[in-house]
Design a protein around this ligand. Structure first.
Ligand SMILES: [Fe+2]
Ligand SMILES: [Fe+2]
Length: 362
């Protein structure tokens, strides 16, 4: 698991710095001012995606792209052409050089990030084709429903719970088999952090339920609850959500709001089952009452909430973020035992540890 490298080749220093500044919150970034230095840099460190301005000195961006196509280590790197022209004006040249996307200036920060992210995800998702069922169906189905949900929320429409449940069925089929490992591995490199985190929580939570001997219908609730538990994060500003390092007190207050937002979205739909709602509502509560949003205590937290907080904490610690590498599973479990003794149900943490040893690492 590593943070994707993006290269930016642009003759204008101010533009280059601006683009790099946006991308650095998500990726590693290399930048070059012209074709010659770009060519050298790309060969030394081939990126996942390269942004090339079509007017770079000395012969323009398309000449560099054509040169890349003849170099084995660079031939398949995804290229985004940045241009002052309309996409339609240069459509033919774009197609001839095999550029995957084009950004016409001026473009916004979100458009930039979405363009790069979707190129990375196309590659990651294409690799899922090689997996067997049910892993392949679980990954395909959940990424689709996750994107659909994000669109529903943006359009002010309720979350379609029945579709979420349907998408989780292959995931539950995989529980208790080696396919679980394929699912966890398959989502590692996915560039939609919210999806990757939510799917990991869904998988770990339903696996946890299976370990505790819960019936299939309950595992469906745990998988759906895991996939939906953080959907309210779409309302949290990017700078807070992806801030490297510690949040300030006011920022943390904003971040806490994701639980209320999630419930608002879920409650707008009909028939969200109670267990799904509990996972979403209580995954940040802690046994000693220091959690949020309600500071519930031990006696008020049922087993579902305790399981959800363990799966969520473990996933957050072992997720890769741009500002921190993924923590080793063993280290995360030790931390959850030694430093979260007042937060997490330690009996369940022990079962969770055994489950991971049995199901994921063997
Ligand atoms: Fe959360
Ligand atoms: Fe979470």
């Amino acid at each position: 698991m590593h943070v994707p490298l993006i290269s930016v080749i642009d003759g204008n220093a101010a533009n280059r710095a601006k683009v790099a500044d946006v991308l650095m919150s998500m990726y590693r970034v290399n930048q070059y001012p012209d074709a010659e230095r770009g060519w050298h840099g790309l060969r030394v460190a081939p990126p996942r995606v390269v942004l090339i301005d079509d007017e770079i000195p000395p012969h323009g961006g398309f000449a560099l792209v054509n040169q890349m196509r003849l170099e084995p280590v660079l031939a398949n790197v995804a290229v985004v052409i940045v241009t002052r022209h309309d996409k339609e004006e240069i459509a033919q040249t774009l197609e001839q050089c095999g550029a995957k996307a084009c950004l016409s200036k001026p473009y916004g920060r979100n458009h930039l990030i979405q363009t790069i992210s979707s190129l990375i995800n196309q590659e990651v998702e294409a690799q899922w084709n090689d997996l067997e069922e049910p892993s392949r169906l679980a990954l395909r189905g959940t990424v689709k429903i996750f994107n659909d949900i994000s669109e529903s929320i943006a359009a002010g429409e309720p979350v379609p719970f029945i579709s979420v449940k349907d998408a989780c069925a292959p995931l539950v089929d995989a529980i208790g088999t080696n396919d679980v490992r394929d699912i966890l591995d398959g989502v590692k490199e996915h560039d939609n952090y919210s999806y990757a985190h939510s799917l990991r929580v869904a998988t770990l939570l339903s696996l946890f339920g299976h370990t505790l001997g819960l019936p299939r219908e309950d595992l469906m609730m745990l998988a759906s609850g895991g996939l939906l538990h953080d959907v309210g994060k779409v309302a949290i500003p990017h700078e807070v959500l992806n801030k490297p390092g510690r949040l300030t007190d006011p920022e943390f207050e904003v971040m806490k709001g994701h639980v209320t937002e999630t419930l608002r979205y879920l409650d707008a739909g009909n028939a969200i089952p109670k267990p799904v709602r509990i996972v979403a509502a209580q995954h940040h509560e802690k046994l000693d009452g220091t959690g949020y949003p309600h500071g519930l205590h031990k006696g008020e937290l049922n087993e579902l909430a305790r399981m959800a907080s363990i799966a969520d904490v473990f996933s957050a610690l072992t997720d890769r973020r741009v500002y921190k590498p993924a923590m080793e599973a063993e280290k995360a479990l030790t931390l959850m035992t030694e430093q979260m003794i007042h937060h997490l149900d330690q009996h369940l943490v022990r079962l969770f540890r055994t489950m991971l040893l049995d199901a994921v690492h063997t």
